[in-house]
Design a protein around this ligand. Sequence first.
Ligand code: NDP
Length: 289
Amino acid sequence: MTVNGTTRLCGLIGNPICHTMSPLIHNHLKEKLGINTIYTPFLVEKENLKTAVEGAHALNILGMNVTVPYKSSVIPFLEEIDPMADGIGAVNTLVRTQQGYKGYNTDMTGLCRAMQAEGIRLDGEEIIILGAGGAARAVAYMCLFYKASKIYLLNRTLSKANEVAQELNLKFERQAIFPLGLDEYGNIPVKKYLVIQATSIGLHPHQKQCVIHDSAFYELAHTGYDLIYNPEITQFMKKIEGAGGVSYNGLGMLLFQAVDAFELWNEVEVSDEVAMETYEVLKNEIKKV
Ligand code: NDP
């Protein structure tokens, strides 16, 4: 598509940003939908974050994604924040309004949409989450937001799992999260759970690593969802499948966080067909990394 007088700009702010797959997804989507925008990464230094957000608005930039390390620190510079993003305390998508930007967390709406596409439900579910870092905390919030009944949150550093559990149990006004150490899964009642892998263990180039080695743990899973998408099949996923469960990687989450942002910026709906086609483009590109 040719750049002309009506082309709008979208972008990504973060540091570092050179490995991002977002331009690939967004530029593919706009070509498919015939939308006159361009998506480009912006490397922003910490001390320039406020100026970058204000400058983007002054330049009539339509929307921005926000990545590490600014997902929380950008919040004070926003005009408005969506309730789920506010509860999570992190945004990854800024949508232009008259006065400034409104922040959303499409990482989590995207994860939810990716799960729904696979027929995975959260409502009334008992879930095991591995990890208590930024992603795990957001996933726990999202699961409770969509009415999961109970969460066992397992982390190497138990104090961090305790902190997340205390904070979210208070926020949702019920004892929904039960914190445990990584080696305490024997305390979880024996039945089948959705297990979400939200630690950084197993990420390329450390793909031989796995957060829990004992095969007995994986007997607890009917479904395993790894937030990691590189490698395509992680050790966690292999162990889930080995114990008879179904497993997914985090590529769907990556895709749908972008699709949700794209829809918010352009006020369009991306069809399942276009989403799946974009997924294939993304999958092929990641294989080259
Ligand atoms: P954080 O650094 O905030 O958290 C890391 C987590 O991994 C902590 O729970 C940490 O435990 C655990 N961990 C790290 N090293 C070890 C180890 N050696 N043994 C046991 N546990 C360990 O990272 P994030 O929460 O931001 O990200 C987590 C993962 O989610 C990453 O792999 C990231 O790629 C993925 N992700 C995927 C997305 C997608 O679009 N698919 C989007 C966002 C994230 P401890 O507290 O004890 O240190």
